[in-house]
Design a protein around this ligand. Structure first.
Ligand code: ADE
Ligand code: ZN
Length: 335
């Protein structure tokens, strides 16, 4: 199964670019920018990556970003991820970025987006992996700051396919950003939002993303299974769910593989993704492997998970179809 997963054409839809910052690159960027890191070696830095909740994870995640200052830093970060993704046969990735995690430190929006955009273009040319960017607002900042960030993004509208919402969900419901997302929709952005797993008010937040925001996709969203009416509505709208099994093991009490099995059985468009692979030490192939080991997935199940991902990807129909044909050819040839 390892070999089958390695060769499987993959689509990654839940990936925070800042969560791909490996300690090796951190040290390189710190040196380049004249900064001193709290850890002396890569090994020490890696050993310090321990979290047991979303809140404790986010502390280390934001601290880690302090080395990202200049356009080439963002370029190198995204190029390193895209090269790794291509090596795992990721054919297409939708990449989240958190502009406010940088603008709040005095790094201009323009620096962030230009570095990421240049990497997206170069990676397609050099590694054959296609990617698009999704701009996330930090939900623990104000709705006003999110709106200002949205307006700041408009000159770069063509480089960003959609908007999302991430960071600490506690006390920061989707409805807080109703106006921001309504404006984003008017500007032609597609919409997604994190509904992290086993949060306070998880099911109420999923209800809001459906009824108040009108999202095109849900990030995580595992707790929809707690309410049959939510499952029904997600199915009726054909919405996809971007589940991140290894990440779940860090921020809650396990991978939620059983929920993934239920979602497959319910015919929900569930997908497998890596979230913050440098911190959780698992890229998308390792996430697929974990679910496959825990559930004893068949090759058909694995192909179905990737088919779901290409189907819900924010791509024109003809491009999706080309990826789906590639996936079908792989499935047939490795029977
Ligand atoms: N930012 C980066 N990773 C995140 C996650 N898993 N949940 C919420 N915000 C995040
Ligand atoms: Zn996430």
């Amino acid at each position: 199964m390892d070999e089958f997963i390695a060769g499987l054409p993959k689509c990654e839809l839940h990936l925070h670019i800042e969560g791909t910052l490996e300690p090796e690159l951190s040290f390189e960027l710190a040196k380049r920018n004249g900064l001193t890191l709290p850890h002396r070696t890569v090994e020490e830095a890696r050993a310090a990556f321990t979290f047991d909740s979303l809140t404790t994870f986010l502390v280390g995640y934001y601290e880690g970003m302090n080395v990202l200052l200049k356009e080439p830093d963002f370029y190198d970060l995204a190029m390193a991820y895209l090269a790794k993704a291509a090596a795992q046969n990721v054919r297409y990735a939708e990449i989240f970025f958190d502009p406010q995690a940088h603008t709040s430190r005095g790094v201009p929006f323009d620096v962030v987006i230009r570095g990421l955009r240049r990497a997206v273009l170069d990676a397609e040319r050099l590694h054959g992996v296609r990617a698009q960017l999704i701009m996330c607002f930090l939900r623990d900042f104000s709705a006003g700051y999110a709106m200002a960030t949205l307006l700041e993004s408009l000159p770069y509208r063509e480089w960003i396919v959609g908007v999302g919402l991430d960071s600490d969900e506690r006390g920061n419901p989707p409805a807080k950003f109703e106006k921001v997302f309504a404006r984003a929709r008017e500007e032609g952005y597609l919409l997604t939002m994190h509904c992290d797993v086993d949060q306070e008010d998880s099911t109420e937040h999923i209800r809001q993303v459906l009824q108040v925001i009108g999202v095109d996709r849900i990030d995580h969203g595992v707790n929809a299974l707690d309410d049959p009416a939510l499952v029904e509505e997600i199915k009726r709208r054909g919405l996809g769910l971007t589940v991140c099994p290894v990440s779940n093991g860090f921020v809650t009490d396990g991978s939620k593989a059983d929920a993934i099995r239920r979602m497959l059985d319910l015919d929900l468009r569930v997908t497998i993704n890596s979230d913050d692979p440098a911190y959780f030490r698992a890229y998308v192939a390792e996430n697929l492997q974990l679910v496959s080991d825990e559930l004893g997935l068949s090759r058909e199940d694995l192909v179905r998970l990737e088919r779901n991902a290409f189907e819900i990807a924010w791509l024109p129909r003809a491009v999706k179809d080309a990826f789906l044909t590639e996936l079908d050819t792989y499935a047939r040839s490795s029977r």
